[in-house]
Write a protein that binds this ligand. Structure first.
Ligand SMILES: Cc1cc2nc3c(=O)[nH]c(=O)nc-3n(C[C@H](O)[C@H](O)[C@H](O)COP(=O)(O)OP(=O)(O)OC[C@H]3O[C@@H](n4cnc5c(N)ncnc54)[C@H](O)[C@@H]3O)c2cc1C
Ligand code: SF4
Ligand code: SF4
Length: 340
C-alpha cells in the first residue's frame, strides 16, 4: 500500500461519495494533514495539501491502508460468531439504549484493569451535538450511555489522542460497523505507522447500524426547524421503523423513515454490514426483548470480556435471541444498499 497516497483515496473514495466518515485516515496520517470540516452533510475529509508521500517522497500510504471502503465490502450476512445471547446490565443505567450491556461490559473492564480507556461517541446534552471522546472513568461511561444516531463525527480521530498522545495501551473502541471495519484493517496491518494503534487495542465493540444521520440536517433541520422541538427537550431517541423521540416531559414525537431520507449520510447508502462482523462483540436491540441487548460474541477475547462481567455480577444473561429477526434486518440492509 505504501505507494498509495491521499490522492488515491480522494479519487477512489472521497470524490465518489463512498466515504463513511469513520475518521481512520485522519487518525493515522503522520503529518496530521487530513481533517473534517464542520458543516451540513460533510461527506468526507479534506487535505491541507501536504503529504509525506506526495510532497517529500517518503513511503507512507497509511490513510489508504486503513480505509474500510477500499476493496470488497462485507457480505457475510451475520458473520462468524461463538455465541449469541440476550443480556442486560445488573445495575441501573438510566440513559442506556437497550439493556445497558455495552456499558456494563466496559465499566467492568475498566474497573478490573482489563482496559485503561474507551474511545466512543458522546453528545452535548444541550445541543445533542455528538463528539468522539476518550473515557477512562466508569462513572462517566454510565452517564454517557445511550445511542447517538446523528453520528457523523470521525470517531477514530479520538483513537490517535488515546493511543499516541495519552499512550493508553489497553483501549476499547465502541463503533458502528464502518468504524469496526477500519479497526479490523488497523489490527491486521503490518505498516510501521499503524502498528502502534493496533498494539493498543484490546477490545472492539461493534454496534448494529442500519444508517446514521447528519447532525445539522436531522437535529437542527428536521427536529428543531420543522418539528419545533429544541434539542434540550429530548430525553431519548430510538430508531424502530421510524425515529421515535421521547421528551423530558414524557411527550413523544416521531419522524418516518421517508422524512429522514434526506438526512442519511451519503456513505451509508453503500453499506452492507449491519452487525459489525469484524468486532469482538457486536451489540444491538433487534432480536432481544425491550430492556435487553443482543450480544453476538465473535472472538475468544470478546468472550472473556463478557464472562468477566458476568462473573463480577455486572452483566446478567437474560434469555435467548430471535436470530430470524436479526437475519431479516441484515438481509433488508444488504438488499437496499446493493440495489441502489
Ligand atoms: C447510529 C446507530 C444505529 C443503530 N442502529 C441499530 C439498528 O438498526 N438495530 C439495532 O438493533 N440496533 C441498532 N443500534 C444499536 C443500539 O441502538 C444500541 O446501541 C445497542 O443495542 C446497545 O445497547 P446498550 O443498551 O447495551 O448500550 P449502552 O449501554 O447504552 O451503551 C452504548 C454505548 O455506545 C456508545 N455510542 C453511542 N452512540 C455511538 C456511536 N454513534 N458511535 C460509537 N459509539 C456510540 C456510547 O458511548 C455507549 O458507550 C444502533 C446504534 C447506533 C449508534
Ligand atoms: S471511509 Fe474512513 S478512512 Fe475511508 S476516506 Fe472516509 S473517513 Fe477516511
Ligand atoms: S450505515 Fe454503514 S456507513 Fe453508515 S454509519 Fe452505519 S456502519 Fe457506517
Amino acid at each position: 500500500m505504501a505507494e498509495k497516497s491521499y490522492l488515491d483515496l480522494k479519487a477512489e473514495i472521497w470524490d465518489k461519495g463512498r466515504c463513511s466518515g469513520c475518521g481512520a485516515c485522519v487518525a493515522v496520517c503522520p503529518a496530521d494533514a487530513l481533517y473534517f470540516d464542520e458543516g451540513e452533510m460533510v461527506a468526507s475529509p479534506q487535505s491541507n495539501g501536504y503529504c509525506k508521500q506526495v510532497s517529500d517522497g517518503v513511503l507512507c500510504g497509511a490513510c489508504y491502508e486503513v480505509c474500510p471502503r477500499i476493496g470488497d465490502q462485507p457480505t457475510g450476512m451475520l458473520g462468524e460468531y461463538l455465541d449469541l445471547i440476550s443480556a442486560k446490565a445488573a445495575f441501573d443505567i438510566p440513559r442506556r439504549q437497550s439493556g445497558g450491556a455495552v456499558t456494563a461490559i466496559l465499566t467492568n473492564a475498566l474497573n478490573t484493569g482489563l482496559i485503561d480507556a474507551v474511545v466512543t461517541v458522546t453528545e452535548d446534552r444541550w445541543t445533542l451535538k455528538p463528539s468522539s471522546v476518550v473515557i477512562t472513568k466508569s462513572d462517566v461511561l454510565i452517564t454517557e450511555a445511550g445511542s447517538r444516531y446523528s453520528w457523523w463525527v470521525p470517531l477514530l480521530t479520538a483513537l490517535k489522542y488515546a493511543a499516541v498522545d495519552k499512550k493508553y495501551h489497553r483501549i476499547a473502541v465502541v463503533g458502528v460497523p464502518c468504524v469496526v471495519q477500519a479497526l479490523a484493517r488497523i489490527r491486521a496491518s503490518k505498516h510501521d505507522l499503524i502498528r502502534p494503534y493496533a498494539a493498543s487495542i484490546r477490545l472492539v465493540i461493534g454496534l448494529f447500524c442500519t444508517e446514521t444521520f447528519d447532525y445539522m440536517s436531522l437535529v437542527l433541520g428536521k427536529i428543531r426547524m420543522e418539528k419545533k422541538i429544541e434539542p434540550n427537550q429530548i430525553k431519548k431517541m430510538d430508531v424502530k421503523g421510524k425515529l421515535e423521540i421521547l421528551m423530558h416531559d414524557g411527550t413523544k414525537a416521531a419522524l418516518s423513515m421517508k422524512e429522514l431520507e434526506s438526512c442519511v449520510r451519503k456513505g451509508c447508502h453503500i453499506c452492507t454490514d449491519l452487525t459489525s462482523v469484524f468486532a469482538d462483540i457486536s451489540a444491538g436491540a433487534v432480536g432481544s426483548p425491550a430492556g435487553s441487548t443482543t450480544l453476538i460474541i465473535r472472538t475468544p477475547a470478546g468472550k472473556s470480556f463478557v464472562e468477566s462481567a458476568v462473573q463480577n455480577k455486572q452483566l446478567t444473561v437474560s434469555g435467548t435471541v430471535d436470530l430470524a429477526a436479526i437475519e431479516k434486518l441484515v438481509q433488508a440492509k444488504v438488499n437496499k444498499n446493493t440495489q441502489r
